[in-house]
Design a protein around this ligand. Structure first.
Ligand code: TYC
Length: 102
């Protein structure tokens, strides 16, 4: 795209094609042991969802086996997966989240 030169008024083509970052989805997986309330707690506190959104996603994963939690840049997605896994392991729950390219 083009930008006006402040001094000359001449429009110069600059290299202004700005790349959007590759995006990654965080996927939540069902298991038989993690309590529903813990999953909701994770979705609210780590993924900043409302109780309503969190409950809906948790129940969908519980029924269907897996579900998308959110889409983030790679570093944010990886950090949220690590925070989730660390918190779950502290409580000895097998809760699993994974990252895939969106
Ligand atoms: N299936 C679990 C239960 O019945 C609840 C659960 C939901 C676990 C979603 C993990 O990603 C999950 N307690």
């Amino acid at each position: 795209s083009y930008e006006s030169d402040a001094n000359t008024g001449i429009q110069e083509r600059q290299d202004t094609r700005v790349k959007k970052p590759d995006m990654y989805r965080v996927v939540l997986h069902n298991d038989d042991y993690t309590p529903m309330e813990f999953v909701v707690e994770v979705l609210v506190h780590i993924f900043h969802q409302t109780m309503e959104q969190a409950t809906k996603i948790m129940l969908q994963v519980h029924t269907k086996g897996r579900g998308q939690v959110g889409v983030y840049t790679y570093d944010i997605a990886a950090t949220k997966v690590k925070q989730t896994t660390d918190l779950a392991r502290k409580r000895e729950y097998p809760l699993k989240t994974t990252v895939e390219k969106a």
